[in-house]
Design a protein around this ligand. Structure first.
Ligand code: BES
Ligand code: MN
Ligand code: MN
Length: 460
């Protein structure tokens, strides 16, 4: 086994429950970045991360931005050795629907091996595992085998631009490194690590269909004027063929890079259990684009989905009303080589073209992120794969996933180094859903994996 880590691994064994308690304190801060009502809490969370970095032994600072601060820390005491840049995010998704949580989402609760809280896996638990690994090595040895930098942001979940402009303006000066290590995704399954080489991009839109200047009596006016809710339903129905699952926006697929033959072959051989997948979701059937498997649809084919939909009366009983407007939020997940800005244009033109008469339409672009494919070879990627094998006893599957991490594409472009997507979560972690969890054993193994990565990268 290259480079012995047993000194640090035994320290982790002794101290791990303390690390878990610290993670719980982190999870108690409701850092919901998309909702301005949580502003003070998000800022408090940045300070928590700053304090944890400093006490780990990093030179840490808060980098102010137009939005939420970035927290940056570094330890550069290993001249001549590689530099790893660790990325994570301290913000979390909103908690709604709150009534479906078994406990307060911000009071982390242990349920067997599961630690249940908003942000447990996405991304406080994973990002904190990176930091505790570095902290444990520094505490044990007073030095690290490689140089490290940390950049932890507070706007990942709200598609914020702050980190994007920081990375571009900095141009690789502060952030110069030999590889970026991102832990903000999941393993393939229980006991099976993965090293991702692709993430989807995203274009998020909001559409508002506007009709009469006020809600109307649906008997007095119904049939005489267009109903915005009906019109919106028509527009949404035109987005996608409900038989074939194909998206009907002209030009949408023009730049889609087809799956490579080797990908189709490799993925078909993965131990994906369709029955277990359906059972875990409470479904009788999966659905998606004709001609592609579940994994292919989820990892490598673009999508167009309604994320939110509202109009008219939502309360108890009936109210006979013809709503004045109707709204929808729509996300399109993108794959190489689709471009978010172009997709936004195609979408906007198309929804205008299929809009029934008698109503008007407002279309807003909320945010976008480019799709990415990254290199997973070279000595540092090999060190990451070997570190995963050291801890999990199996080499990682090299796969893609369907989520988006907007800054990853920018890192690849600006820093021109490998991006190592070393996820520690599980596919059933319920990220963005009620009762989000992170397995406590994964928190500990995540720490161990990063320790092994540091030691292996140090002997490269
Ligand atoms: N950690 C996720 C991304 C992710 C999820 C990667 C699952 C791989 C597997 C990240 O926090 C996230 O949720 N990203 C958003 C980005 C958006 C708000 C711009 C997403 O994918 O919806
Ligand atoms: Mn995340
Ligand atoms: Mn997320």
């Amino acid at each position: 086994m290259a480079a012995d880590s047993s000194d640090v691994l035994s320290r982790i064994e002794k101290e791990k429950t303390g690390y878990l308690e610290e993670l719980k304190d982190y999870l108690r801060i409701p850092s919901v970045s998309t909702d301005p009502g949580y502003r003070e809490q998000v800022l408090r969370c940045a300070d928590f991360v700053l304090e944890r970095m400093s006490s780990a032994g990093l030179n840490a600072e808060r980098i102010e931005t137009d939005g939420y601060p970035l927290v940056y820390g570094e330890w550069l005491g290993a001249p001549g050795k590689p530099t790893l840049l660790f990325y994570g995010h301290y913000d979390v998704q909103p908690v709604d629907p709150i009534e479906l949580w078994r406990h307060d989402p911000f009071e982390p609760t242990e349920e067997g091996d599961e630690l249940v809280a908003r942000g447990a896996t996405d991304d406080k638990g994973q990002s904190f595992a990176q930091l505790k690994a570095v902290a444990a090595v520094l505490a044990e040895r007073g030095s690290l085998p490689v140089n490290v930098k940390f950049l932890v942001e507070g706007e990942e979940e709200s598609g914020g631009d702050s980190i994007e402009s920081f990375v571009r303006t900095d141009g690789g000066e502060t952030l110069a490194c030999d590889a970026v290590v991102v832990s903000d995704s999941s393993m393939f399954g229980a006991g099976q690590p993965s090293l991702l080489y692709g993430l989807k991009g995203l274009q998020y839109m909001e559409i508002k269909v506007v009709g009469p200047n006020r809600d109307l009596h649906s008997g007095a006016y119904g049939g005489a004027v267009a109903n915005p809710a009906n019109a919106l339903a028509h527009v949404i129905a035109q987005l996608r063929d409900s038989e074939t699952g194909r998206i009907l926006i002209p030009g949408f697929y023009d730049k889609v890079r087809p799956l490579a033959d080797w990908e189709r072959e490799d993925w078909a051989a993965l131990p994906h259990d369709e029955e277990a997948y359906k059972a875990e979701l409470g479904l009788d059937a999966t659905f998606g684009e004709e001609g592609y498997s579940t994994l292919e649809r989820a990892w490598a084919r673009p999508t167009c989905d309604v994320n939110g939909l509202w109009s008219g009366y939502q309360g108890e009983g009936a109210k006979t009303v013809l709503p004045a407007e109707a709204c929808a939020k729509v996300s399109m997940r993108l794959v190489p080589d689709q471009e978010p800005a172009e997709i936004a244009r195609l979408f906007t033109d198309y929804v205008h073209a299929v809009l029934p008469s008698g109503v008007t339409l407002e279309v807003t672009e909320i945010h976008g992120a480019p799709p990415v494919l990254v290199e997973v070879d070279g000595p540092l990627a090999a060190a990451a794969a070997a570190a995963q094998q050291d801890v999990w006893g199996k080499p990682p599957f090299k796969i893609r996933e369907g989520g988006s991490i907007p800054i990853v594409g920018t890192f690849a472009q600006v820093l021109e180094v490998p991006i190592l997507l070393v996820g520690m979560g599980l596919p059933d972690d319920r990220l963005h859903s009620p009762n989000e969890k992170f397995n406590i054993s994964h928190f500990y193994n995540g720490i161990r994996t990063i320790v092994r990565l540091l030691d292996r990268a140090g002997v490269e």
